[in-house]
Design a protein around this ligand. Structure first.
Ligand code: AMP
Ligand code: MG
Length: 336
């Protein structure tokens, strides 16, 4: 257990390594804080408006409370009602996020599905205190899979209706993107024209950095010999870059890596990828699509990205081979 926790800490540091803006960039100011379970960094190539950082942190705290599957926020209360019922009032403040995720669930052919929270919990990836070192029993996985609240099929009116009681929603695969879109809107509305918002390696750019575009590194899923960057990319105004990887949260049992991205088709961690990266102007869609791409793997990558409206993607498959769309390849530097 201790070893696994140390592994987790190391992962967090490595994930942070995706951020490759040189620390000594003249005219760029960095602001850092913890939110959404990760280290957030906003780099400004413009003056930082007074009071804006406080406002951003206050809004993020409210967002986190609202979208946390546990605790006493709106989503947690909804989840509690769904344990006994297949129907519950859908709080208006959650509706737009549910609708956006339902769209992504459908376009990904159900590979991205926030209705799988019970499986995430069962595998122990919902909270560090639930961390496990062996996989759950196959029967328990089958039961959680049967009870999941398929978001693709849910009715989203004043009430949320799912197929069966026992659904548990977890927006861990798209909420960070939704939050980054909100921060970027807040920055723009407050006169910030050049900045980049980075949440533990997932990011969105506004404008550029002095006379150049913002430039970022995409993390290597299996870094070797201090080579922790797989490729680099210049990010245009309004673009978000999101990655999903099997290195973020995982345990190793009898030589097999079990990680936090679950395949909704069988309830086990997806096995065909090491990491998936997508670029899109909606951070919320980019976040959902990176998760879907990871589950899709190399065989269905082009089909699922096409359905989701993603033109720029990079996938590292389970063997470490890379697969990209032509549009993405044309923009990447350093890819072998
Ligand atoms: P990400 O790092 O954006 O790929 O999100 C992974 C997180 O989303 C996990 O920690 C789970 O909370 C949740 N999750 C895992 N598998 C899926 C899936 N197939 N669809 C939607 N959410 C998922
Ligand atoms: Mg995601």
């Amino acid at each position: 257990m201790k070893q696994t926790l140390i592994g987790l800490g190391l992962c967090a540091l490595l994930a942070w390594g995706i951020w490759r803006q040189p620390p000594s960039s003249p005219g760029v100011q960095h602001r850092e804080f913890f939110a959404m379970g990760t280290l957030m960094q906003i780099s400004f190539a413009d003056p930082v408006p007074a009071g804006l950082m406080n406002r951003i942190q206050t809004e993020l705290r409210a967002f986190e409370q609202r979208w946390s599957p546990r605790g006493d926020g709106e989503l947690a209360q909804l989840n509690r009602q769904l344990t006994q019922h297949a129907q519950a009032p859908l709080p208006p403040v959650l509706r737009p996020g549910f609708v956006a995720s339902q769209q992504a669930c459908r376009s990904s052919d159900g590979l991205f599905d926030p209705g799988m929270g019970a499986l995430v919990k069962l595998w122990g990836f919902d909270d560090e205190s639930h961390f496990r070192t062996t996989p759950p029993e196959p029967e328990t996985i089958a039961l959680a899979l049967a009870q999941r609240g398929k978001l693709c099929r849910a009715e989203l009116d004043a009430k949320l209706s799912v197929d069966v009681p026992g659904a548990y929603f977890d927006f861990g695969a798209s909420a960070k993107g939704r939050a980054i879109d909100a921060i970027v809107a807040l920055l723009r509305n407050n006169g910030v024209h050049n900045a980049i918002v980075n949440a533990g390696g997932d990011l969105k750019a506004i404008g550029q950095r002095a006379d150049r575009l913002w430039r970022i590194g995409i993390r290597h899923p299996r870094p070797q010999d201090a080579q922790d960057i797989l490729a680099s990319l210049s990010v245009k105004d309004g673009e978000a870059v999101f990655s999903s990887g099997d290195y973020e949260r995982f345990f190793i049992s009898e030589g097999t890596r079990y990680h936090h991205i679950i395949d909704p088709r069988d309830g086990y961690p997806a096995t065909t990828s090491q990491s998936a990266t997508v670029v899109h102007t909606s951070a919320e869609l980019a976040d959902a699509a990176a998760t879907a791409l990871f589950v899709a793997g190399p065989q269905r990558a082009a089909e699922i990205m096409g359905r989701m409206g993603i033109t720029h993607y990079l996938l590292v498959d389970a063997q470490g081979d890379t697969h990209t769309s032509p549009e993405m390849r044309a923009r990447l530097d350093g890819l072998p």
